[in-house]
Design a protein around this ligand. Structure first.
Ligand code: USQ
Length: 404
């Protein structure tokens, strides 16, 4: 297949591009390199040293003999160029990762909220409108998030996208299928909730074939392909805005920084290893919806864990200290989470779970590049409200709190 990977320079986009190229697909990365610009804005860098996208593609060609093409294009701002690109390249599938993906970044200031909505919603809508206008029957696979559902303890498993409900009508009770209600917990998660509605409309109105993947928190860094050469290495975010919880705990352990548990650490979240992410994309591509079919929605996660349990697991493994910090986010102190993922299992996903070997691999990577870490960028200080900001500013590293 000819596959466009929009956002193919990012944390999941890059290993996905390598994985699909390795399977023999013709891969085209379309990216505006915004993630690299955000590093510059924030004054942080990936833990792992990343080469330019052109250099990464050159090394991949040298290693595998396969070409990955790179196209510099801003989906949200360059609609006419996007349309022309699609008309010229006529991809069989389009994988859409091209969105700002960090909840803390999206909550930093009003400017970051505006940027995240503008970038994410326009990128998705421009793509949908351009697919209709060019008449290209490509399967669109979008990377969404489990976070669209919020994290309240419902007590019942979160289904894969749809919910059967009954409503009272004058003619009696009627059955109906609705999109599972969203309850996003950040501006970033809100944009992915809006994406869902855009997909529903374009599938129903124009017959676009769309798969939406509701992914959990990714952990790990290497995949089979990024391991093949030092310069194919994936990016790795450790800072308070872009680093995600388990990977952060692992690098914190590697550099002797107390593990930063927010609040009581009672938040339960869905997780998936990076190797499984790329496999899931492959599986989703093999199971495209037909024209006129509703949007296919998969929960792309393999297990759920409570944040403090993860901290304790990492502490046991490495001897790290755990510290409970004032939570910069507005989120439930404690929640349970049960998630269905039957569709990927039935397509053949064999989940990688938190095996010590792979956790240790992340610690090893972090130790190797520890000299690149700026410890002052580890605390998460982006606060969800002005009131919370006062609390977090007062004690960003929880130094006044007792270590446990
Ligand atoms: N947390 C800590 N300590 C930390 C960092 C985070 O206790 O040092 C807590 C947070 O308060 C939160 C939980 O860990 O309760 C998860 O935070 P996260 O930063 O790992 O994940 P999140 O903000 O939800 O976002 C990440 C990705 C996003 C993806 C999402 C999947 O950045 O792109 O959509 O995970 S999910 O969480 O399932 O919605």
């Amino acid at each position: 297949m000819r596959i466009a990977v929009l956002g193919g320079d990012g944390f999941v986009g890059w290993p996905t591009s390598l994985h699909l190229s390795n399977l023999g697909h013709e891969v085209h990365i379309v990216d505006n390199l915004s993630r690299r610009w955000i590093d510059t804005e924030l004054g942080v860098q990936s833990l792992t040293p990343m080469d330019s996208i052109q250099e990464r593609c050159r090394i991949w060609k040298q290693e595998s003999g396969n070409t990955i093409h790179f196209h510099l294009l801003n989906l949200a701002k360059e609609y006419e160029r996007l349309k022309q690109w699609l008309a010229d390249h006529k991809p069989d599938a389009v994988i859409h990762f091209a969105e700002q993906r960090a909840a803390p970044y999206s909550m930093k200031t009003d400017r970051h909220k505006v940027y995240t909505v503008d970038n994410n919603v326009n990128a998705t809508h421009n793509l949908l409108a351009a697919l209709v206008e060019t008449g290209i029957d490509a399967h669109l696979v979008h990377l969404g998030t489990m976070g669209v559902y919020g994290y309240s303890s419902v007590g019942a498993p979160i289904p894969e996208g749809y919910l059967d409900v009954e409503i009272d009508t004058p003619a009696g009770r009627k059955g109906m299928e609705i999109l599972y209600p969203t309850r996003p917990g950040s501006v970033y998660h809100m944009t992915k909730s809006l994406d869902q509605i855009l997909f529903q409309f374009y599938a129903q109105n124009d017959g676009l074939r769309i798969t939406d993947l509701h992914q959990g928190i990714v952990w790990g860094t290497h995949t089979d392909q990024t391991r093949r050469h030092e310069q194919l290495i994936n990016r790795f975010d450790y800072d308070g805005d872009y680093g995600t919880v388990l990977n952060r705990f692992l690098i914190q352990a590697a550099i002797g920084y107390p593990l930063t548990v927010h609040g009581t650490g009672g938040q339960t979240r869905a997780f998936i290893h990076i190797q499984d992410c790329v496999r899931c994309i492959e599986l989703a591509l093999s199971d495209a919806p037909k024209t006129g079919e509703r949007v296919k929605i998969f929960n792309q996660m393999t297990e759920t864990h409570r944040v403090r349990d993860l901290a304790q697991l990492v502490a046991r493994m490495t001897g790290a200290e755990v510290r409970m910090l004032p939570n910069p986010r507005k989120e439930a102190d404690e929640n349970d989470l049960i998630v269905k993922n039957d569709q990927f299992l039935s397509l053949g996903l064999n989940p990688i779970t938190l095996q010590e070997g792979l956790l240790a691999e992340v610690v090893d990577v972090a130790k190797k590049y520890a000299h690149r870490i700026d410890r002052s960028r580890v605390p998460a200080v982006s606060a969800w409200t002005k009131d919370i900001a006062k609390r977090v500013d007062h004690d960003p590293e929880g130094k006044k709190l007792k270590a446990v």
